[in-house]
Design a binder for this molecule. Structure first.
Ligand code: 5GP
Length: 214
């Protein structure tokens, strides 16, 4: 199925998860599936991992540049995560809005809470692993982090998971294909919201006068 006939642009999807829940893989599939949905490229002070491309995976910047952006009020949200700065530029969100496409932010709970406070149209999705033992197994099998980093991430995960309570949607990523279907269903449902499409429908069917007064 192709969603292009359903989209109206301007959706802001915010996705959080403890690392190892499968958020990056799910988001990649979602972006590939929905032509009108783009990935927000964050700024970070973290060093690139092997294979990561500047400007595509992240904008990799120095601590000075990052702090300068905070001082200039350039971020829609920012946070310190695992000892590094991460942030979403206001410009990134404005450009998406102006170009009429939906945007997906993969950010931590602290940043998501800031978006929740400042952007009315945010849709908040939390991805959970089936249990903590599986989360640990996934982090270990990834082979990208040291035992110390994995232990820190598991520790952080327990706190992060408590934040799931205020998100709009929870997706448990046990079987990947099922989680992906659920995530797609969320995006499709959001694009069918009356408020998102009423304007164009009303014009087509000649009742724009009715909604102008609502
Ligand atoms: P990683 O370094 O593994 O790519 O990301 C570490 C964490 O930082 C993940 O939880 C990720 O979602 C979060 N993150 C990535 N970009 C941003 C951002 O722009 N803002 C915030 N608040 N968190 C981010």
């Amino acid at each position: 199925m192709n969603s292009s006939s359903q989209r109206s642009g301007g959706n802001l999807f915010v996705v959080s998860a403890p690392s190892g829940a499968g958020k990056t893989s799910l988001c990649k599939e979602i972006i590939d599936f929905f032509p009108g949905l783009r990935h927000s490229v964050s700024y970070t002070t973290r060093a690139p991992r092997s294979g990561e491309i500047d400007g595509k995976d992240y904008h990799f910047v120095s601590r000075d540049v990052f702090d300068g952006m905070i001082a200039d009020g350039a971020f829609a949200e920012w946070a310190e995560v695992h000892g590094n700065g991460y942030g979403t530029a206001i410009r990134t969100l404005d450009d998406a809005q102006a170009a009429g496409y939906d945007i997906l932010l993969e950010i931590d709970c602290q940043g998501a809470a800031q978006i929740k406070n400042n952007y009315r149209q945010g849709v908040f999705v939390f991805i959970l692993p089936p249990d903590l033992a599986e989360l640990k197994r996934r982090l270990e099998s990834r082979g990208t982090d040291s035992a110390e980093v994995i232990a820190r991430r598991i520790d952080n995960a327990q706190g992060e998971i408590r934040e799931a309570i205020w998100y709009d949607y929870l997706v448990v990523n046990d079987v990947f294909a099922v989680a992906l279907d659920q995530f797609k269903a969320i995006v499709i449902a959001e694009n069918c919201r009356t408020a998102r499409i009423l304007g164009s429908v009303a014009a087509e069917f000649g009742f724009s006068d009715l909604i102008e007064n609502t």
